[in-house]
Design a protein around this ligand. Structure first.
Ligand code: BTN
Length: 240
């Protein structure tokens, strides 16, 4: 596939959108050593210091519909979690829907954006940010952000992580494309932050207190509320 590298760029995500509009091929990868305006989920920014992580966006032109698309983020989070676990042997977990955590620190995040009509996606971009190396995080991130280097007793090699991830992504993509999330649902649950972890679900203006129970075959989060009632969370933000 086609890999486009930048030493520094505003955002690989923005660049990937631009290339997609110009007709770039399925499988095009945009990667940068530094982002000056990295984008996170829910309109947040993503801290992407020079040389301190892997900042990349993958352009896909799938033939599934809009409804199935959000699950590709869950798929990507499984692949990435497994890649990092197999390389470094640490117990990385997925915080629903697609944040990678080690203990209480967020190591990686995924942002999926799509463009098209209800029944047919024109293109989809999966943006992945992996904090590989130690860096000075801004004050507001200090509490929750972490890098791989803090938790493994070796120097993480970005090229090694990238290769492992892409190899596994490519190997499993066809299955996801044909069968959707169902074949990966068990594995996702195994990698999910442990059952019983207390969480707060934020939905626009309300908060729900409960515990993680698991995800269903659609990738929705099942939360056990304090009163024992089970609810499904389709979207929103959770805090541990
Ligand atoms: C999140 O909020 O957890 C998602 C973060 C996604 C960050 C990546 S870094 C590469 C790509 N380019 C961006 O501007 N954002 C994504």
């Amino acid at each position: 596939s086609n890999v486009v590298y930048f030493k520094s760029i505003d955002s690989t995500q923005t660049k990937a959108h631009e290339l997609a509009r110009q007709g770039a091929k399925h499988g095009t990868i945009v990667i940068a050593n530094e982002q000056t305006n990295g984008k996170g989920r829910l309109g947040r920014s993503w801290f992407s210091n020079e040389g301190k992580g892997i900042w990349m966006s993958i352009l896909l032109r799938p033939s599934f519909s809009y409804n199935e698309a959000p699950q590709i983020t869950l798929f990507a989070s499984i692949i990435l979690t497994n890649a990092l676990r197999s390389l470094y042997g640490i117990d990385i977990r997925i915080k629903w829907p697609n944040d990678l955590y080690f203990e209480k620190k967020k190591i990686a995040g995924i942002l999926t954006e799509m463009h098209g009509e209800q029944d047919q996606i024109h293109y989809l971009i999966i943006g992945i940010g992996i904090n590989t190396h130690k860096t000075k995080y801004p004050l507001e991130l200090k509490q929750k952000a972490g890098s791989l280097e803090e938790f493994i007793n070796q120097n993480p090699k970005r090229i090694e992580i990238l290769c492992k991830f892409l190899e596994q992504f490519e190997k499993n993509y066809e299955l996801f494309h044909q069968k959707g999330f169902a074949p990966f649902f068990d594995e996702y649950n195994q990698l999910l932050l442990k059952k019983g972890t207390p969480i707060v679900v934020t939905q626009s203006t309300s908060f729900i207190y409960g515990q993680i129970y698991g995800v269903d075959e659609n990738g929705y989060l099942i939360v056990k509320k304090e009163n024992g009632e089970m609810i499904k969370v389709v979207s929103g933000d959770i805090t541990i």
